[in-house]
Design a binder for this molecule. Structure first.
Ligand SMILES: [Zn+2]
Length: 493
């Protein structure tokens, strides 16, 4: 019985040694890679696999190190409609680098496995996977191998804790300045609609999910150790956390790292139920990024000796792969008008779950949901809102949504005595959230149109007409309730 696996192993190793050059980056050592070595590995992988990777930097750390991200997917230069974006972020705390090394091994596994392993091939064919090995490269360089606890290198070069540095849903903007690393991630999240995310840490063994913070003024959620602070998507978050913990070699056992601390049931916990914090990244992803992010604590020792890295890779490998596949569960589709034009920034919500997502410029939306029946609510400025029921089974259901213009927001400006010269003017429409409305500036010489807006009014430009528009957007000021519009109408439908 032992003969067959041995033969198999032999064949594989022969095949690999024949195919790969001796210097292949696939032979990533189980050691901690400092920034120059990590950068070299990423560059080498990008060179060896141009058809599967795109290496990019989302900005620089305080000390000027690139915040590298490697996109792994089939045809990385194409963006097929509805192919979802997922991400892994590691080493946000500089002295918690196990995830940093696991990300390099993950890259190697995905690139080597494409075309050989069915699951990996399916994953890369259907998912855009963005991997950031280090969000805090400066902190890593300041920390020391073998330090299991402590804070040396935890923060960035300004000693700021990046996982306390995000705007907070309950507490508002962070008390210290938003750091370059934080800003880069916020911009990244704004520019790319991520659907699923994992954030690797060390110092415990548990999969933790939002919220990390709790409502400040809620009497039943007073700031007390152990109070859970759940999101309306608690069922989804629990499932995501359990997907990781039960595919991990031992996280699901819930064993605690320290004597005296309570065990984690199934190796998962609500963030605030463990302990609450302000300005964390997972809450930010969920509330402002419409991205389901959980925090993966994967080593009791924050910076274990490198000889333990093969064991950590072995313990986490299956969980890391299975978690990525969870983006393919729920409902997604496109929001378009009656002429199949995409509608950008439509809000898509699930009834009973207050946190919605916004459609991309191509009208795409994604929502991870457990099997069940849901009511989708879609709305966009200038369109009638719709509600529709969806039945989610295992896997993804595609539900495209068509929105029709609110006919009442259009009127014939030629009959408006304000506009003696005729022409078209933007119409005024009530919106539910005027304070966040952004009005497009339309520049031109004629006519200048000034009108006071009533509370909760916003300007809607008629569609189907040509304007000379500025690419800039200006904020509508809710305090003055006034918006000056200079625009030039070119006429014609
Ligand atoms: Zn951490």
């Amino acid at each position: 019985m032992a003969f067959k696996p041995l033969l198999h192993l032999l064949l594989v190793s022969v095949a690999v040694s024949l195919v790969l050059p001796a210097t292949s980056a696939l032979n990533i050592e189980f050691v901690y890679h400092h920034f120059p070595q990590m950068t070299a590995i990423l560059r080498q992988l990008a060179n060896e696999y141009p058809e599967l990777t795109k290496l990019y930097s989302i900005g620089k750390s305080v000390q000027g190190r690139d915040l590298w991200v490697m996109l792994v997917t089939s045809n990385p230069n194409e963006e097929p409609l509805l192919k979802p974006n997922v991400k892994y972020v590691a080493n946000m705390h500089g002295n918690e680098p196990v995830g940093r090394e696991l990300m390099l091994h993950l890259l190697s596994l995905l690139l080597d496995g494409y075309g050989k392993d069915n699951y990996i091939t399916w994953l890369l064919d259907n998912t855009r996977i963005h991997i950031m090995p280090s969000m805090n490269p400066d902190g890593f360089e300041a920390s020391a191998e073998g330090e299991c606890s402590g804070v040396q290198g935890r923060g960035n070069a300004n000693s700021a804790d990046l996982n306390r540095n995000f705007p907070d849903f309950f507490a508002g903007p962070p008390k210290v300045a938003v750091q370059p690393e934080t800003r880069a991630v916020m911009d990244w999240i704004r520019q790319t609609q991520f659907v699923l995310s994992g954030n690797f840490h060390g110092g415990a063994l548990v999969a933790s999910y939002p919220f990390d913070n709790i409502p400040a003024n809620s009497p039943k959620n007073f700031r007390k150790f152990g109070s859970p602070s759940t999101t309306p998507d608690d069922d989804v978050f629990r499932h995501l956390a359990e997907t990781y913990s039960f595919n991990h070699k031992n996280m699901y056992l819930g064993q605690t790292c320290r004597d005296g601390s309570p065990p984690f049931l199934n190796g998962t916990t609500n963030g605030a139920a463990w302990y609450s914090l302000i300005g964390g990244m997972q809450d930010y992803n969920y509330v402002w990024g419409s991205c389901m992010e959980i925090t993966l604590e994967i080593s009791c020792c924050k910076y274990p000796r490198s000889f333990q890295l093969p064991q950590f890779w072995n313990d986490n490998q299956k969980a890391i792969l299975q978690y990525l596949g969870e983006v393919h569960q729920g409902v997604w589709g496109r929001v378009t008008d009656q002429n199949n034009n995409p509608i950008h920034n439509a809000t898509i919500k699930v009834k009973g779950r207050e946190f919605g997502s916004r459609s991309t410029y191509r009208g795409e939306y994604w929502r991870i949901l457990r099997p069940g029946t849901y009511t989708l609510q879609a709305e966009a400025r200038g369109y009638d809102s719709v509600e529709l029921n969806v039945q989610v089974a295992k896997g993804v259901i595609v539900q495209n949504i068509t929105l029709y213009p609110q006919s009442s927001t259009y009127y014939e400006p030629r009959s408006d005595p304000t506009f003696q010269k005729g022409g078209l003017v933007p119409s005024i429409s009530p919106v539910s959230n005027a304070a966040s409305y952004t009005g497009a500036t339309v520049k031109g010489v004629w006519p200048t149109y000034t009108r006071s807006l009533k509370p909760k009014e916003a300007v809607i430009f008629p569609r189907g007409y040509l304007y000379q528009t500025s690419p800039q957007f200006i904020d509508y000021s809710p305090t003055s309730n006034r918006l000056l519009l200079n625009y030039n109408y070119f006429g014609g439908k």
